[in-house]
Design a protein around this ligand. Structure first.
Ligand code: MLT
Length: 271
């Protein structure tokens, strides 16, 4: 792992391998370890950068100076500064899951010239309804008062498919530990940031990049039908579903997921 100083904060990141850069951006409330199978698989042909986003993993905020809200654009700005700090100026393949996808929309909107291709996993383009935004604020207050594990109770069941719980209890345990250990101030700030994120429907027809959308067949949070309609709105997009997976295909079905990503990358880089 590298510790990279970005003016006011330090970001903990994987930076390994060589070749074109794949930037893996984790979901909420997780950290870079959700991508371990991808880091291992792709580092033989690519440079793989997989940070803990500010506020998460070992990039936690100092509780004294933690922002109350951290917007998707702020995360995108941090990722740009991270690439600059790592001297990566070639356009990258941006691969984000769920919240990582919300950040991806902001990254491509503001820093399109730094992106070679997009991989969007189990994510949405719509903003929150008022009810969902209210629930996020409720959780944000709850994690500060009661800690992450109490305030996020029950979250795991919505994230992975019942088949994963049954067949891969180790994946369920790893994910639960990742959720429980998420730093409260980062969780709260990101929840408030997601609550205020904009709808990006107007951006989709302007994404002029090879784009892959991947969704677990049983995803209850960002269901396949919703992701398919996002794919239909992006000119150069393909859509793939991963069987026997919920919201977390990179962890639930890493081989299938890696295969779909590898095929897409072979097309992008004409291998
Ligand atoms: C995620 O996996 O990042 C979350 O489901 C995003 C969200 O809460 O909308």
């Amino acid at each position: 792992m590298k510790q990279v100083g970005l003016d006011d904060k330090t970001v903990n990141t994987i930076d390994c391998g060589s070749g074109p850069t794949l930037l893996f951006v984790h979901g909420f409330p997780l950290d870079h370890t959700m991508w371990l199978s991808q880091i291992e698989h792709f580092a033989s042909d690519y440079r793989v950068v997989a940070p803990d986003l500010p506020g998460f993993g070992n990039s936690g905020f100092d509780p004294q100076n933690a922002p109350t809200t951290y917007s998707m654009k702020s995360f995108a700005d941090d990722l740009l500064r991270l690439l600059d700090a790592l001297d990566i100026d070639e356009p990258v393949v941006f691969c984000g899951l769920s919240m990582g996808g919300y950040i991806g929309w902001q990254f491509v909107r503001h820093y399109n010239e730094r992106v070679k291709a997009m991989i969007l996993c189990d994510t949405k383009s719509a903003a929150d309804t008022k009810e969902v935004a209210r629930a996020r604020h409720f959780m944000a207050d709850g994690v500060i008062e009661a800690g992450t594990s109490l305030a996020t109770k029950g979250m795991l069941d919505r994230m992975i498919s019942p088949k994963t719980v049954q067949n891969s209890p180790d994946v369920a345990m790893t994910l639960q530990a990742m959720i429980d250990n998420a730093p409260p101030h980062g969780v709260a700030a990101a929840q408030r940031g997601m609550a205020e994120r904009p709808d990006v429907a107007n951006l989709l027809p302007h994404i002029d990049l090879p784009t892959l959308l991947i969704c677990g067949e049983g995803d209850q949070i960002s269901p396949p039908a919703e992701m398919q309609s996002i794919a239909a709105a992006i000119p150069n997009a393909t859509f793939a579903t991963i069987p026997n997976a919920g919201h977390m295909p990179p962890m639930e079905q890493p081989e299938e997921f890696n295969l779909a990503v590898a095929e897409f990358l072979n097309d992008v880089f004409s291998k």
